[in-house]
Structure formats: C-alpha cells, structure tokens
Design a protein around this ligand. Structure first.
Ligand code: FDA
Length: 594
C-alpha cells in the first residue's frame, strides 16, 4: 500500500542547486534559524576547479559565516596569485607581466582600506565543501542525487516535484519559498520563463585538469595564471591559452579554445596531453591527466529574476566569461542579499515589498557584471595584435613577427609600445576593485536620508568609492576592543540589523527597543567611542560616518546601509524607517527626509 503514497516533504525554503550560490544560501538560512532543504542533482559538489578568484565581498560573507580562517587555510594568498605572466609557453619567451588582483602598490592600498579581508584564490572544488559544511553544521537539510523536475506555486507556497536519481522515486516538497540556484542551464529559470537577454555560446573553450610538477618553470615567478600566446583557436577563439594554477605548483587546469561553429571536440587523452605540452612548451614533462570539460563564453542576464515565491540567483540569472573572476563571487552575494529577506518573510516580519527589493537590488548588479566581464574579453585582441599573432598563421610566422619587437627599427618601437599599452590596458579585467565592491542599491528596502546621489567621481570600475549614503555598502574601519582591532563589519551581520552610533547616541537603544515592540525585529546598537566597548582606534569611524557623533548608520544584515540619520533627533523616526525597510508600510522612500 505504501508504494501508492506520494511522499510530501515540508520545509520553509527549498534551494535547488548546491553551487556557490545555493550552498551560501543554505548556510546563511541555517545560521539564521530558517528550515531549509538544499538539493544537488549530482552525487557530489563540483568535481572540477572552475571558479577560483575569491574577492573581498565573498570573503566578507565567509567571515560573517565564521569561515574566513578556514577559507584562508585552503586558499592561495593574494601575493602568490597576483603576477600575471604573458609568454609563448612556460618554457618559452616571456612577453611581459601584469600585477593583478590589486597587488600593484598603487592598488594595494585601496584594496587594504576597503575590507578586513583580502582577495585570494580558492578553487570551486574546495570552496563548495567549505560552505556546505557550514550549512550542515547549521542544521540545513542537504540531499545529493536529487533532481528538481518542476513546480507550481500559489499565494500560500510552492510545491516542487523532485526525483531521487538513485531509486527513480519521485516526491513533492512543499515550501513557503523556493530558490533556483541551479546554474547556467537553470530549469527553474526556464519554468518561470524569466526573460533572458544576450546570447549563449559566443565562443568555445575546454578545460583540461591535470597534475604535473611545473615548479621549475613557475615557482620563481608565482602567479595564478600564465597566459600562453600561440597561433590557433586559443581561449574563446582568441589565440590565448591559459595555464591556471589549482595548487602550487603541481595541480593545474589548461585552457584552450575550440571553433564554436564546429561544436565541442571529442577530446582524447592524446589531444589533451598534446595541448598541455604545447602550453608548457616541454614535451618531456610528466603529465597526469584528470577530467576534461568544455564550456562556452556567454553574455546573458535576466531582466526579471523572481516570480511570486520563487527567486533565482547565480548563473541562473547572469552568465558571462570568467574575466574579472566575478561569477561565483556575484552568486554568493546574490544569496547574501536574499537570505535575510527570506528569513524575515518566513518569520512573519516582512511585507511583500522586502522580497521584491531583491529584483531592484540584484538585477542591475547581474546585468552590470555580465557587461563588465564581457567587455574585459575585448582587452585580449590588442595583445594579439601587438604580438603579430592576429595575422600569424603558424608558430614560425608568429616568431618572425615577434622578432621585429627586438629590433631598433621604427616598426620594432611601434610594436614595443603597442604591447606595453595592451598589457597596461588589462587593468579593467584584473584590477577592477570598483567593479567588485561599488554596488549601490536603490529599492524600497533602502530609506533615503534626503541626500543627493553623488554617483561616482572616479572610474566606477577601477576605483572603490565608499560612502555611507543609504544603499551603499558599510565602510570598513578598524575599531579597538580589549586592545585588539575589530572591523566595523564584525559588529554587524549574523542575520541582524545593527545601528552604529557615537557618544551621545545612546537614545538609539530606546529607539531600537521600540522597533522590537512594533515589528519583532531586533536591532543591535553599538555606541562607538571613548569608554565604550568599541573605541574609534584611528578616528576613522568619526572621519567617515558622514553624520554627527550622535547620528546613526542603520546597517542591514547584508552589510548595506538601510538608512542614515544625521543626529539623534531622528531616533523617533526609526520605527517608521524599519517598517519601510521591512516592507510593512506603503510609505514613500522619502519618509525619513521629510
Ligand atoms: P553552479 O553551476 O556552480 O551550481 C549549480 C548547482 O545546481 C549545482 O549544484 C548543480 O548540480 C545544481 N543543479 C542544476 N540543475 C539541477 C536540477 N535540475 N536539480 C537539482 N540540482 C540542479 N567565477 C568566479 O567568481 N571567479 C572565477 O575565477 C571564475 N572562473 C571560472 C572559470 C571557468 C572556466 C568557468 C567555466 C567559470 C568560472 N567562474 C568563475 C564562474 C563560476 O564557476 C560560476 O559563476 C559559479 O559556479 C556559479 O555558481 P552557481 O551556484 O550559480 O551555479
């Protein structure tokens, strides 16, 4: 009889996908005490390295999850990763270098000032289990070999049809909300009929994972990537191959292109070995081949990223080339934006507007990131042109073209200048701190303080331009507690709203209590200054808060400024402001400005 019973599983949030986006969502919801079930159609987390650049925003999320130290233990640090080498092969001629990932001394300062964390290199094979472990420890329910098939939704919830791919058994999960974090071929996004703009499959590339001890070629010039310029299809059809370090200096991915018109090649061991040897430039190196996979260059973003009770995130809504290393970082940040909103909704503390603010806040970020990463692909052709590779049909003619660069001729000087310019021009693809950190939100979950949007006074992509205007990311400043430095970020997060104020701002504690009474939402208030738990060690909090000492920064659980009050007289407005942020009122965004 039991065979005829269609099992129904109940949860609050069903998460489809356990990549960087889904795993982060599950870990955060677990930490916020929200019952969630996260599924992965495969039997394991990512088996190939894929994403590896882990930027400061992603590290801040890991810090909030209590995972930063564990992440550093498995990461390759910024100094080791940040010197891109351009060469004809590892054994061949070096054409030039570029200090990347903010390691140029002129960039290092803004990187260090921006965050208590540092960019690092963590392959996806290690990142996913790290986050997944936190999700499991927080009590999230995780199911592998479980495939999402379809769903329906109404005003009360979502019913999703899943399949246990081992037994073939199908069952239903009923949830209050569902998250589609199911990657670049998202079935959830298809089922929602999300409008996607752009094009998939613009160029084709293959990743060849292999083990080989390449220390003698690279240990003295550490980098996370070695770009190899050779005639042929190359990365994304550009004649550039990449040797990407997975673990110094024995674990690697070789990246090479294929003609997208002809479709993905049937890659044999012999072909893979020959590509790897070509990139190394030394056939005698012992290469132990791992798995191969092909991937395409995509330029796609969704204009709508949620419908009703179903929300999509990560590659499901933005797909782009790996330049700038923004993929998994942006996917994790999508989760950070949505998780606290779902928690508030599940706890009955939020109105619909809070959930709709996910669209207003994250869709523009996804669209921006796709365009940024795609524009960075355009930085490659000038290098090919300068190397004479754009026209060279074979290694011999390329070598001949390159030889001109060494001559005291007008042509040689021109070529040298072109190459210098092209390598300098790589900055927006590798040193784009602004692209990584300058997100600003404009939505109902951000309450204006009446100040004008100052926009960006310097290059939006290259220069981090923090401020405390509502909708901006919280500024990192170092504070002191018990003679130890603590970041302003460490006072916030963990699923909580926080108010940061200075001496004389004690009335914010009563205002926060009034919010608790009116909405049930807790706000932690920190008074920063002399004689308090947290002192303004370098005076940076006072210098950068852009309020009077008694003013306040209302920090949302995702470290964005929800509202800013110039002084303590505004404390009476806090209940109305919080109702607005939580979507519990129809009041205008200008409420606090009046
Ligand atoms: P992701 O694809 O990782 O995960 C999707 C999940 O959904 C998987 O768990 C899958 O099993 C599951 N799933 C799919 N369909 C399902 C179904 N029907 N039922 C159940 N589960 C289902 N990014 C970056 O930040 N820095 C970098 O350096 C790079 N470099 C890079 C290099 C290369 C070569 C590539 C191809 C990509 C990158 N990226 C990157 C991009 C990065 O890999 C990508 O953006 C993230 O993996 C996206 O994470 P998601 O969690 O959104 O999807």
């Amino acid at each position: 009889m039991s065979e005829n019973i269609h099992e129904i599983v109940q949860t609050d949030v069903l998460i489809v996908g356990l990549g960087p986006a889904g795993a982060t969502m599950s870990a955060l919801l677990g930490q916020y005490g929200v019952k969630n079930l996260a599924i992965n159609m495969w039997s394991s987390t990512a088996p190939t390295p894929r994403a590896h650049i882990t930027n400061q925003r992603a590290m801040e999320i890991l810090r909030d999850l209590g995972l930063e130290d564990a992440a550093k233990d498995i990461a390759v640090d910024q100094k080791t990763m940040g010197d891109l080498v351009l060469c004809s092969s590892l054994a061949g001629e070096e054409f030039g270098r570029k200090l990347t990932w903010h390691t140029h001394p002129e960039n290092q300062a803004q990187h260090d000032l921006a965050s208590p964390t540092a960019v690092c290199d963590i392959p996806q094979t290690l990142m996913e289990p790290l986050i997944l472990g936190a999700a499991q420890r927080a009590g999230s329910s995780i199911r592998f070999e479980t495939k999402y098939l379809s769903h329906t939704q109404d005003e009360n919830g979502v019913a999703a049809e899943l399949e246990d791919t081992v037994s073939g058994r199908r069952y239903t999960v009923k949830a209050k909300y569902m998250v589609g974090a199911d990657g670049g071929n998202s079935q959830v996004a298809k089922d929602l009929d999300l409008p996607l703009e752009g094009k998939m499959g613009l160029a084709g590339s293959m990743n060849i994972h292999f083990k080989a001890d390449l220390s003698s070629y690279v240990a003295h010039r550490p980098a996370d990537m070695y770009w190899v310029f050779q005639p042929g299809e190359g990365l994304a059809g550009h004649g550039v191959g990449v040797l990407r370090m997975v673990k110094p200096w024995t674990d690697w991915v070789g990246v090479w292109g294929y003609d997208i018109q002809k479709g993905p090649p049937e890659l044999t061991d012999d072909m893979a070995r020959s590509i790897v040897h070509k990139l190394i430039g030394d056939d005698s190196v012992d290469v132990e081949l791992g798995t191969f996979n092909t991937w395409t260059v995509n330029k796609v973003f969704a204009k709508t990223i949620s419908k009703g009770r179903v929300f999509c995130m990560g590659d499901a809504i933005h797909r782009h080339p790996p330049m700038n290393g923004l993929g998994s970082n942006t996917s994790m940040a999508d989760a950070y934006n949505l998780a606290w909103k779902l928690a508030a909704a599940v706890n009955g503390q939020a109105g619909e507007a809070l959930l709709s603010s996910y669209q207003d806040e994250r869709q523009p970020v996804g669209e921006y990131v796709v365009n940024r990463a795609f524009a960075s692909m355009g930085l490659l052709p000038p290098i090919l042109g300068a190397l004479g590779l754009a026209t060279a049909p074979d290694p011999e003619s390329m070598k001949a073209a390159m030889e001109k660069r060494k001559t005291a001729t007008e042509e040689g000087a021109k070529q040298r200048a072109a190459l210098r310019g092209a390598i300098d021009g790589l900055s927006p693809g590798f040193s784009a701190l602004g692209a990584e950190l300058n997100q600003r939100y404009d939505s109902s979950a951000v309450v204006s303080d009446g100040s004008e949007d100052v926009g960006f006074s310097e290059d939006r992509d290259l220069v981090h331009q923090p401020n405390t205007r509502p909708g901006s990311h919280l500024r990192h400043v170092w504070l002191e507690k018990d003679q130890r430095l603590v970041s302003s970020f460490d006072l916030c997060g963990k699923g909580q709203f926080t108010i940061l104020t200075g001496i004389g701002g004690e009335a914010w504690v009563d205002a926060a209590a009034a919010v608790k009474g009116a909405t049930g939402v807790e706000i932690t208030v920190h008074v920063i200054g002399a004689g308090q738990e947290y002192k303004d060690a370098y005076g940076d909090f006072a210098r950068t808060s852009e309020t009077e000492e008694t003013g306040a920064l209302l920090v949302r659980p995702d470290m964005f400024i929800g509202w800013r009050a110039g002084d303590v007289s505004k404390a009476v407005e806090l209940v109305d402001v919080m109702k607005q942020v939580l979507g519990l009122t129809a009041a205008s965004k200008e409420i606090a400005a009046e």
